[in-house]
Design a protein around this ligand. Sequence first.
Ligand SMILES: [Zn+2]
Length: 236
Amino acid sequence: MTEILYMKDAESNYIKEFDAKVVKRGEDYVVLDKTAFYAEAGGQPTDKGVLGWEGGESSVRKVKKDKGTVRHFVDPVPEADDVHGELDWERRYALMRMHTAQHVVSGVVYDLFEARTVGNQIHGNRSRIDFHPVSFEENDLKVIEETCNNVISKDIPVSIYEEDRDVLEEKMGKQRYIMDLIPKSIRRLRVIQIGDFDICPCGGTHVRNTSELGKVHVLGRRSKGADRERLTYELV
Ligand SMILES: [Zn+2]
């Protein structure tokens, strides 16, 4: 099992480089004893960056997690066992901002329309969220945008911690997140909490305060079938 360095709290999401040992080599990948690279999951794309060692360097093109094994797809495969990982921080930080913004937009849409987030895809420049059940009108987009920016402007701290599933369900009450999506066997969950505004289980990477988000700009909406709407947004 690889130790995931960004899991434990908000500060750990800012780890940009780390030392690690290669524990397994494949034809085009390595498994490390620990990593700060995010493996693509839950609508957040993979981190990229470099693995360096004495006398060499390889680029990390993609990181994937499969049953607890995190594979760093690299070119070339490092020869040494001691490596130094360095994230493409510009890319990762853009994704962190977008992911925290997604929680804000999802929370606002739930508060205003009682519509839940049923899908999302984050990118560094623009992202999208699918909501159900809802049908937006053009004016709703302005209201969503203004409400999001009102929340963001309060400079709310973001905390990341682990919680027992039962305790979390009680804390959340009637909430936007569909807990049934998480297998019942998982009893401890990683939680992202944006002050009193939003609380949600999530394995992604996030900023430590909404003051880092700038402003949400809603780019548009599109119907994705019965009572299902897709919102696209960027951060400006
Ligand atoms: Zn999330």
